[in-house]
Design a protein around this ligand. Structure first.
Ligand SMILES: O=C(O)CCC(=O)C(=O)O
Length: 192
């Protein structure tokens, strides 16, 4: 791989037992406010194929799917996981975006997390819970250069360096997957 296509990924398993993972999954489902948002596409509002929850320090604002979202503080159920994310990434996080996929029909299309508020080289720590799903990367400059990682429940993926600058990622549909999955992507919003 050419040095200019550098990216940095670190995968690890969490210290959560399968029981603790299942408990956290249920807590997140019931304690958070989940929204199925819509995107304006070709003049029509189209529902995004997943549910989303945004948690952040009170007052912080993050714009995604074309709308401003405001932090209202952190629920207790995220305290330990946030600490683990910060330990793995070696930095603090002031927000987390959660995606809840009901089954393999829910997905997320190609994108990079490169909003200005994340800074030039964002570090994003992602915890997966529930179903194993494929997570793909493709080079922005040459879409035929692709990598795939199977993200298991309980695993962490830390994306850093130029990952968001040079690469896009997606969570494709997988018809055979019947189980739910929640991902938690910890981010640092700059200049709040
Ligand atoms: O749920 C996933 O694995 C993908 C999440 C993602 O790409 C994002 O939040 O930007």
């Amino acid at each position: 791989m050419e040095p200019s296509y550098r990216y940095s990924l670190a995968c690890s398993s969490s210290e959560l037992t399968p029981l603790a993972q299942a408990r956290l999954f249920e807590q997140l489902k019931s304690a958070l406010v989940w929204e199925q948002e819509s995107l304006l596409m070709f003049g029509r509002d189209v529902l995004v194929p997943r549910r989303v929850a945004f948690i952040a320090d009170r007052g912080l604002c993050y714009r995604y799917t074309g709308k401003d979202h405001y932090g209202k503080g952190w629920p207790n159920c995220l305290a330990e996981i946030r600490k683990q994310a910060e330990y793995l990434a070696g930095q603090s996080f002031n927000s987390v975006l959660l995606n809840w996929y009901q089954n393999g029909d829910d997905y997320m299309g190609w994108h990079a997390d490169n909003e200005t508020i994340l800074g030039p080289a964002p570090v994003i720590a992602m915890l997966s819970l529930g179903a194993t799903r494929d997570f793909l990367f493709r080079l922005k400059k040459n879409h035929s250069v692709k990598h795939s990682i199977a993200l298991e429940g309980g695993s962490w993926l830390v994306m850093s360096a130029s990952t968001q600058v040079l690469w896009q990622h997606c969570l494709p549909k997988r018809k055979r997957v019947q189980e739910e999955r929640i991902s938690l992507t910890f981010r640092t919003l700059l200049n709040p």
